[in-house]
Design a protein around this ligand. Sequence first.
Ligand SMILES: C[S@@+](CC[C@H](N)C(=O)[O-])C[C@H]1O[C@@H](n2cnc3c(N)ncnc32)[C@H](O)[C@@H]1O
Length: 208
Amino acid sequence: MQVNENPWDQRFASVQGFMYGKAPNAWIASQLPHLLKGASVLAVADGEGRNSVWLAQQGYRAHNWDYSSVGLTKTQALAQDAGVQLVTRQLDLIHDALPEETFDALVASFFHVPKSAQALCWQRLFARLKPGGILVVQVFDESQLPLTSGGPKSLDLLYNLSSWQSWLQHWQVEVCELAQVKLDEGSHHQGLAQVINIKAVKPIEEHP
Ligand SMILES: C[S@@+](CC[C@H](N)C(=O)[O-])C[C@H]1O[C@@H](n2cnc3c(N)ncnc32)[C@H](O)[C@@H]1O
């Protein structure tokens, strides 16, 4: 496995097994509604593929867009072990042009980018969701910073609730809340954590 300069390649290559385990994120698994078999679902920045492989196992057309080639190689290995197929694309979600395709649902767990890039990065991803499509996200809140259960050690990479409330102001928001949860995800997410949970439906009509 070739390891380049990408810090996530180095992290994913340095662990035995899977950093966050092989099971899907609990929030995503509990909140994704029953979609029609064959619905297309994009797992944003799904790293080693725990969410996208689970999505494929549910009968969905699953996609993992992530910039770590090591993560995507591990995703395909996990899919092969599970006997499912999915689509992986190596993309920098901040800088690269995104493919034109659109999805019935978009899920993400713990995709963290610098504050200066957050709004634009998520707007570009929201554009890949069909009108009426479902968004399910769990990320670390800024109040996670002093905790040791996982997540970035930089305030700049964490989120706050007011950002999400403004990005989703025209959406049908079912959940947009700060929550304390007990993470039990592989070796790198363990213990009490401060997260933002999102479940929302994209509006049918465009808003400027
Ligand atoms: C904390 S890991 C979470 C992985 C996965 N979502 C999970 O919960 O198991 C963060 C992921 O974001 C990806 N990532 C970070 N910045 C990215 C960017 N600019 N473009 C694409 N992927 C990125 C990393 O490669 C990594 O897979």
